[in-house]
Design a protein around this ligand. Structure first.
Ligand SMILES: [Zn+2]
Ligand SMILES: [Zn+2]
Length: 413
């Protein structure tokens, strides 16, 4: 019997688990109840090992040892977002959480509930059909993807549990038709870097600028000069974004501030370009400070980062025919996204190849109607939107089929 012929046997479990997770989202690094539930569901399948508190307090790892063969790591992320959910489904989230002293709504607005529920569904199917495959399956439930810090927090502890892997596999639900799988080799998601730049001036009275070094003027020059990096320094064949998203200085119009702080977000698809942009930012920031006579160089903090998600052609070559056989014409190439992911850090920690693909979450007819009307951008909610509530089916079935197919493509007998 083909493993996926048994899909209907796990469908009620996957749907119930999904609805529960959707109604009970937790923010990054606070996925305590979610992690307990993931560990409990893994134990319920009777798999060999379940580890909690792996790296981060909420990291969960299950290991299924099933004879000789490769070791494949599969990952689902667990965190929700500070978003108040639209009233679309009866299992909507009404959860709240405290952030910086205020109360925010919490929602699985990125669909990580889909990833968890369907990975549990796939694991159940694979454990029920151990005879169909051979090797070791490492099941990772990762916290804090939204802060792109959760994968990095797990890697040391993960390598202590599992010394090597042959490949890593992950998937993400996206606003595509729910029957679709989108797969491509090469760079498909951008690297992200956040830099916080602090310019050090010399404060004083607003009426006597000659006694000060004004950090607001230095910051203004930096903002303008940074615009030349992508337009004048990066080859036109490359894509990159440099955004100054925040700028803060001063308390009162007649006081010249001591410091100014700039928050930068950088997106790139190529490590050489990434390094080039970092060097250009350092050069421009420090040169502007020097030009203004600043008493000390600017402080540049690298506060957040994730590498480019660059799918391995070999792993994609293994998956493509398996997906084509399972999904036929519903496998389409993936366009490059400007968003970022930390999944690849799990693979990078092992020096292992990986693939990250996308599955749809929008009712096929609704998506087709929006395409027909030319209103996809306005009518189809995207990840992180309060209306991003994937249609229950075939979203869940598609994701269970894709993950199960991908594992069997590597471990199937
Ligand atoms: Zn997200
Ligand atoms: Zn996500």
């Amino acid at each position: 019997m083909r493993v996926l012929d048994d899909l209907a046997s796990v469908r009620p479990f996957t749907e119930e688990l999904y609805k529960h997770l959707h109604a009970h989202p937790e923010l990054s690094d606070r996925e305590h109840e979610t992690a307990k539930r993931m560990a409990a569901e893994l134990r319920a399948t009777g798999i060999d090992e379940v580890h909690e508190g792996v790296g981060a307090s909420t990291g969960v790892v299950g290991i299924v040892r099933n004879g000789d063969g490769p070791t494949i790591l599969v990952r689902a992320d667990m965190d929700g977002l500070p978003v108040v959910e639209d009233d679309v489904v009866e299992y909507r989230s009404t959860q709240t959480a405290e952030v910086d002293g205020g109360i925010v709504g919490v929602m699985h607005a990125c669909g990580h509930d889909v990833h968890m529920a369907t990975l549990q569904g796939s694991v159940r199917l694979l454990v029920q059909h151990r005879d169909a495959w051979s090797g070791t399956l490492v099941v990772v439930f990762q916290p804090a993807e939204e802060t792109v810090a959760g994968a990095r927090a797990m890697t040391d502890a993960l390598r202590a549990l599992v010394p090597s892997i042959d490949a890593a596999l992950g998937q993400h639900v996206a606003p595509y038709p729910a029957s679709q799988v989108r797969l491509s080799a090469g760079p498909i998601m951008a690297a992200v870097d956040e830099l916080i730049v602090t310019v050090h001036g010399r404060g004083g009275h607003g009426s006597q600028p000659e006694t000060t070094i004004d950090p607001v003027v230095i910051a203004a020059s930096i903002v303008l000069r940074l615009q030349t990096i992508v337009s004048r320094e990066v080859p036109s064949s490359q894509q990159a974004v440099v955004t100054v998203g925040t700028i803060h200085a001063g308390t009162k119009s007649n006081i010249i501030a001591e410091t100014a702080r700039l928050g930068l977000s950088i997106r790139t698809y190529d490590e050489t370009v990434r390094a080039q942009i970092h060097a250009a930012i350092e050069r421009i920031v420090q040169a502007e400070c020097q030009a203004a006579g600043a008493t000390q160089p600017a402080t540049i903090e690298h506060t957040l980062w994730a590498p480019v998600t660059d799918n391995d052609p070999g792993v994609v070559g293994t998956l493509q025919p398996a997906f084509d056989a399972e999904f036929g014409g519903d496998v389409v190439p993936m366009e490059r996204l400007s968003g970022s992911e930390d999944f690849s850090e799990l693979a990078a920690a092992y020096g292992a190849p990986y693939c990250f693909w996308f599955t749809g979450g929008i009712d096929d007819a609704r998506h087709a109607a929006a395409v027909e009307a030319g209103t996809v951008l306005t009518d189809i909610p995207t990840n992180h939107s309060p209306a991003f509530v994937p249609v229950l089916q075939p979203t869940l079935d598609t994701a269970v089929r894709a993950m199960t197919t991908a594992v069997l493509a590597h471990l199937g007998r």
